[in-house]
Write a protein that binds this ligand. Structure first.
Ligand SMILES: [Zn+2]
Length: 224
């Protein structure tokens, strides 16, 4: 009876401690740094991006800051301390080795400002989805899973990478499609937005898989 009393009265205490630990962990920037590198590598080795292209970012919870991958380093190689902390105005707050944030930081920050529900972004160049972007039409949602999880994947016009025109085009695309978790960028790639890094990665992954299925489907002749 005595032991039972100790255990039951101890549970809320343990829950409180776990919650405190989780809160502290979520505010620990090193956790975000590690996670950002982990999903960057996953995107590279999954073939969602090649060379030094693409960039990922994550919003640091309860702050006006964002951690973004650096310019000029492959997503397959980026290590946690190379990720760069910026504020929503784009000012660099923490950077090691003199690295600069990705040249596409501008449209990442615009997306965070327009969509408070977005906690992370994966901008990658996956081959099938990018090929579909060249049609300048929404991605054909070939599966039930795509229709449920992607809802609608519109396409925006092509502008030079890193340009203010591309940033403006992304802003317009998000404003016109406030519920879309992903946007095709003509002749360039995709912008996948999620609650957190894992979610943004899954959206990018599903978008590429959906484009591949749509492509294969298009090669199958109709019933005679
Ligand atoms: Zn790009």
């Amino acid at each position: 009876m005595g032991v039972y009393t100790i255990v039951t009265s101890g549970v809320p205490c343990i829950q409180k401690l776990v919650k405190k630990f989780e809160r502290e962990e979520m505010n620990d920037i090193s956790v975000y740094r590690k996670e950002l590198s982990e999903f960057s590598r996953r995107a590279f080795y999954r073939g969602l991006v090649g060379g030094t292209g693409g960039n990922l970012s994550v919003r640091v919870r309860d702050t006006n800051t964002v951690l973004v991958t650096p310019s000029g380093i492959s997503l397959g190689d980026v290590v946690p301390e190379e990720n760069i902390l910026v504020n929503l105005e784009g000012e660099i707050l923490e950077s090691s080795k003199g690295l600069r944030p990705s040249k596409e930081t501008g449209f990442h920050l615009a997306a965070y400002q327009l969509r408070p529900d977005v906690g992370a972004i994966a901008h990658v160049h996956p081959p099938y989805a990018t090929a579909y972007s060249n049609k300048m039409a929404p991605l054909p949602l070939a599966t039930v899973s795509a229709r449920v999880n992607l809802k609608h994947v519109p396409c925006i016009e092509c502008f030079l990478p890193g340009s203010s025109e591309l940033r403006e085009s992304v802003i317009e695309g998000i404003k016109k499609n406030p519920d879309s978790p992903c946007i095709l960028m003509k002749e360039h790639g995709i912008l996948a937005m999620g609650r957190d890094l894992k979610h943004a990665y899954y959206i990018a992954d599903l978008t590429e898989d959906t484009a591949k299925i749509a492509y294969i489907e298009a090669t199958i002749p109709p019933k005679p």
